[in-house]
Every structure is written in C-alpha cells, then in structure tokens.
Design a protein around this ligand. Structure first.
Ligand code: NAD
Length: 392
C-alpha cells in the first residue's frame, strides 16, 4: 500500500508505519545522546502510544533502562486500512526495546475500565513484581464509567461568558474570529469526570490494593496551565477545571499512600502539537505564533525535550522545586512574561495574509504530519509498504 496523509479537519485518519518508526527512533536517539538518567526501573505509562506519554515511555526505557508496561487505546491495521499512529509507534517502540534488551509490554484497551486495570496488575505481578513510577498521560474525549456504564463526554468550552477570539482554520487556512458558547454545569462536571483526577486515583488505588506499588514510588499526571491568551479556552475553561481536579487528586494520593512514601505530582508541560492539542480551538494559532517566538529566541522544545528535562531535573529529584499548587513546572520558558508579550504582539496583528510571516504554521503543520509518520526525512512516501505491522 502507498500511504499518503488523509487529513480531515484537525485529524489525519491514517498513519505511515515506516514514518512512525523513524519518528520513534528519533526520540530514542535524542534520549541516548543526552545520556543516562538515574531513574525508575519498572514503569507503567497510561497513555503510552503518542505525545507526552510516548516520550515518557521512551525516556524511562532509553534514559533509565526501565522495564516499561504501557496502556493505550489504538486501532490495529487491516489489509485495507492503516492502523492509528499510536499503534505503529507502539510497534516501533517494542522493536527498539527488544533490540536493546529492554522489557516492554503494552495493553491496548480502555484504561478507564476495571478489566484493563486488572490486566495491568496481573502483568506487573507476573513480570515485574511492582512499579516504581506511574505516568498518567491520558487524553480522551470520553470516558465510560467502569461501575455503571454511564458515558461522559468532555468539552472544550469557556466558563461564564460567551468568548470571541481569533482562531486559525487549518482546513480553510483562514485566521478568523470564533465565538464560543459558555459551558453549563453539566459540561464542566462531565469534563472533570473524563479528564480530572478520578481515574488516576482509581489506578493508584487498584495498584496499591494489589500490592504492586513499590516503596518510594512516584506518579505524575500532566497538565497545561498556559497564560492569558489561552486561559479563556483552556486554563479557566472546562478543561482547566478538570486539570484543577488533578491538583486535588495529587494531594489526596500523597496523603493516602504516605506509608509507601509515594510522591504524586501534577507536571505542567508546554504546549506542543499532539493529536489532543490540535483538536482544541485557538491552539493551532497560539502554537504557531508561540513556535515562531520560541524558535527566534532559541528556546523551542518538543515533547521529548520536555519529558527528558522533567525526568532529569524534577520528577526524580529528592526535593524538586514546586509552584504554589505543588506542581512541577516544565512550562516556565513558554509562560514567562517576555515570551508571552512577544506572542501577544503577534496575536494582535495576525491576519490570514500575514500569518505565515508572523507565525510558524509551516513548523506547526510539519509537526502535525509527523504525528502520523508523514513529513519525515529519508522516508520514501512513494514506496509500497505493508500496513500489517504489529507487536508481540
Ligand atoms: P495524545 O493524544 O498524544 O495521547 C493520548 C494518549 O492517551 C494516547 O496514548 C492514547 O492511546 C491514550 N488514550 C486515550 N484514551 C484512552 C483510553 N480510553 N484508554 C487507554 N488509552 C487511552 O495526548 P497528549 O497531548 O500527549 O496529552 C497527554 C497529557 O498531556 C494530557 O493530560 C494533556 O492534557 C497533557 N498536556 C498536553 C499538552 C499539549 O500541548 N499537547 C501540554 C501540556 C499537557
């Protein structure tokens, strides 16, 4: 099959197995080049197949030599249709781990379900004994309650008032105003159900009850805090309320498992192009302008740079610096006043006509294509490739 990108709105509906493997390999090379991290040995990554979770898995395995157990929710390939990118990324990760004598197993299933948690626990018991780091990196639009089957959908809505802002339509290539209707209480509650801390707590409870959390275990969930430009649609919006709930959950986890000396953190990461962020209104425009500013200033970072820095400087340290809500902050270069004021200046001026000049949409779009294994150097996109790639 010759595989070319099929883009529909903010999503690409196919993926390239060779390109995904090359992009996973690039992240592995980055970590190997940076050097070893004295870190965890048995790591569970929930949401391991793309974005920040994949970078976490790669950093744990290739930075600290950790055995990794991953959980993701990806579609396998058929003879006619490619798998999702996360499927191919996972296959590539397994291949590279095997070549480096590193244990890796992945469960492809619904992380919110009791069954998935039990499968993970059984594997930890049989293969690892316990885990000393749990990364919670799920980004999902919906959650099925594991007890009563209720389906909760998250939403990306402002809170309080209707909000009008600039956005960039990636299909029509237009900068235009968009008006977003405010959330009602159900929207807020449902988003907290999906993206808040409840499921993170359920995971830690199940792992603890099964006796598979190692003493001094660390766990982190990821957040985005941002600044004024993104607060109305992120930090102070429905998703921000869910992220606030992570802060509550981290504090509860630290309290509940103090006998294990468990340390639970929310880690705030910078905005990057991932499947999750490209679905958020305003983000493609904000990220394009921010990329341009940060590249001009020589401080641009992607997922692997952020996660390597998090592991090396903060997450595994004995007493890492934390902010007022006890979060670890990897986003301070993006959110500092100087960078933000440069982004704001561009934001005020940006139109469809000057967007390419003021922003780095080319960089944004390339990162977007790369999520699906396209746009990667030295990959022959005219070649016939077998989509039926898997892992054991
Ligand atoms: P992503 O879309 O790249 O990854 C999501 C992961 O979750 C994938 O591995 C997917 O398979 C998995 N997943 C989704 N639903 C699942 C389910 N039901 N069961 C099992 N696995 C499931 O997202 P991302 O951008 O890397 O986001 C990860 C975390 O990082 C999120 O909490 C997000 O809010 C946070 N974050 C993202 C950004 C950003 O700019 N992308 C910035 C800061 C923080």
């Amino acid at each position: 099959m010759v595989i070319k990108p099929k883009i529909r709105g903010f999503i690409c509906t196919n993926a390239h197995p060779v390109g995904c493997e090359a992009s996973v390999q690039e992240q592995i090379e980055f970590v190997k080049k940076k050097g070893p991290i004295d870190g965890p040995k048995n790591v569970l990554v929930i949401g391991c197949s793309t974005g920040y979770g994949l970078a976490s898995r790669i950093t744990a395995a290739f930075g600290s030599g950790a055995k990794t157990l991953g959980v993701c929710f990806e579609k396998e390939p058929s003879e006619k249709k490619t798998a999702t990118a996360g499927w191919y990324n996972t296959a590539a990760f397994h291949k590279a781990a095997k070549a480096n004598d590193l244990y890796s197993k992945t469960i492809n299933g619904d992380a919110f379900s009791h069954e998935c948690k039990q499968q993970v626990i059984d594997l930890i018991k049989s293969d690892l004994g316990s885990v000393d780091l749990v990364i919670y990196s799920l980004a999902s639009p919906r959650r099925v309650d594991p007890d009563d089957g209720t389906v909760y959908n998250s939403s990306l809505k402002p809170i309080g008032n209707t909000y009008t802002t600039k956005t960039f339509d990636t299909s029509k290539k237009l900068v235009h105003d968009v008006t977003l209707e405010p959330a009602n209480q159900d929207d807020i509650d449902n988003t907290i159900k999906v993206m808040g801390g409840e499921d993170w707590e359920l995971w830690m409870k199940a792992l603890n009850e099964a006796g598979v959390l190692a003493e001094n275990c660390r766990t982190t969930a990821y957040t985005y805090i941002g600044k004024e430009l993104t607060w109305p649609i992120y930090g102070h919006a429905t998703i921000g309320k869910a992220k606030e709930d992570l802060d509550r959950a981290a504090s509860a986890l630290n309290h509940s498992y103090s006998d294990l000396n468990l340390k639970a953190y929310v880690s705030s990461l910078k905005a990057v192009v991932t499947q999750a962020s490209s679905a958020i209104p305003v983000m493609p425009l904000y990220i394009s302008l921010m990329y341009q500013v940060m590249k001009d200033e020589g401080c641009h970072e992607g997922v692997i740079e952020q996660i390597y820095g998090l592991f090396n400087d903060l997450l595994l340290a004995d007493n890492p610096p934390v902010d007022e809500a006890k979060r670890l902050r990897m986003d301070t270069v993006e959110t500092n006043d100087e960078i933000q004021s440069k982004i704001k200046q561009k934001w005020e001026l940006v139109t469809t006509e000057n967007f390419d000049e003021l922003g780095d949409y080319a960089g944004y779009h390339l990162d977007f294509l790369r999520l699906f294994g396209f746009g990667i150097d030295n990959v022959d996109y005219d070649a016939d490739v077998d989509p039926m790639v898997g892992w054991s």
